[in-house]
Write a protein that binds this ligand. Structure first.
Ligand code: NCD
Length: 308
């Protein structure tokens, strides 16, 4: 029995396996329609979500399983003062696997220490979001055909964006990734990532403030929303929120086969005019998210389709 709290909990081989299984599910979804029959997934979301929670639920339904859970802390006993550990222990009596999102960094890790069913971190504060990372890796693999030797620009809120933190960690194990970090000075990636990932592994990276100057080099641009809920004051948010807006003009010098990714939700950072450009991958990314979560649920529950 394993939990998924940090993207580094998975080896490169395990990630390859999940990507391969997701590919098989995409090709033959009918073979997987019953594999999780009588199994239950609980989604415990103490923080807002659309895609992550609903894709987990849709994934479990498409595997023939059932779902239960709550979508805000207000509608759970957290509102009465219950600890995350107690909530998780109770839910473990009803479900076979838990996906948990929480505003506090480390909450899913704490929960995992109290239960004997797998816990998946569906986003903890500004820390990690390993299943978005799996979604991003599947998207990159499908769109670019590889997970190595790529120039990737991460743009926007690199300080609070947990999807960025998790993806940077996961990619650090692949060869030849060229990282270009595009952000205002105040929103640069945290020091701990620079030290524990880049410096420790001897990986070089570039930090820039303007996206225009690096656009022609990029194979992938990973856009992010400025994370309003993690700011200490509204004035800073307002000052920084429109730091980057990707529009058709900025794409003029970009590669023909650039892949534009965004974990969504988008606020202003990608003009809707970009949506029809063939380089926009963010809605395809949403679709990949369901398939990789199907592969993950199957793997964590130890179930297989007959042929696999
Ligand atoms: C992201 C998150 O929750 O961290 N969304 C998601 O899961 N797709 C990104 C965000 O909220 O900006």
């Amino acid at each position: 029995m394993r939990h998924l709290i940090d993207p580094m909990d998975l080896s490169v081989e395990e990630i390859d396996h999940l990507i391969e299984l997701a590919g098989k599910i995409i090709d033959h979804p009918e073979k997987y329609r019953e594999v999780c029959r009588y199994k239950k997934l609980a989604t415990l979301f103490f923080e807002p979500s659309t895609r992550t929670r609903l894709s987990f639920e849709a994934a479990m339904m498409e595997l023939g399983g059932n779902v239960l859970g709550f979508s805000s802390a207000d509608s759970s006993s957290a509102a009465k003062g219950e600890s995350v550990a107690d909530t998780a222990r109770a839910v473990a009596c009803y479900a076979d696997i838990i996906a948990m999102r929480h505003p506090k960094e480390g909450a899913p890790l704490v929960a995992s220490q109290y239960v004997d069913i797998p816990i998946i971190n569906a986003g903890d504060g500004g820390h990690n979001h390993p299943t978005q990372t799996l979604t991003d890796l599947l998207t990159i693999k499908q769109e670019k055909g590889r997970l190595d030797h790529l120039t990737i620009g991460f743009c926007g809120d690199l300080k609070f964006g947990r999807t960025v933190h998790s993806l940077i960690k996961a990619l650090s194990r692949y060869e030849g990734i060229n990282y270009i970090l595009i952000s205002p000075e105040e929103l640069q990636i945290p020091e701990y990532l620079k030290k524990e990932v880049f410096e420790k592994k001897g990986i070089t990276y570039q930090e820039v403030e303007r996206m225009e100057e690096v656009m022609p080099e990029l194979d992938i641009i990973y856009m992010t929303r400025v994370q309003r809920e993690r700011f200490f004051n509204e004035a800073d948010y307002i000052r920084l929120k429109d730091s980057y807006i990707l529009d058709m003009d900025k794409l003029k010098n970009a590669k023909e086969d650039l892949a534009i990714l965004h974990p969504l939700p988008r606020v202003n950072e990608i003009s809707v005019k970009v949506d029809d450009d063939p380089r926009a991958c963010y809605f395809k990314q949403v679709n990949y998210g369901k398939y990789i979560r199907m592969a993950l649920i199957m793997t964590m529950l130890g179930v297989k389709a007959d042929e696999d």
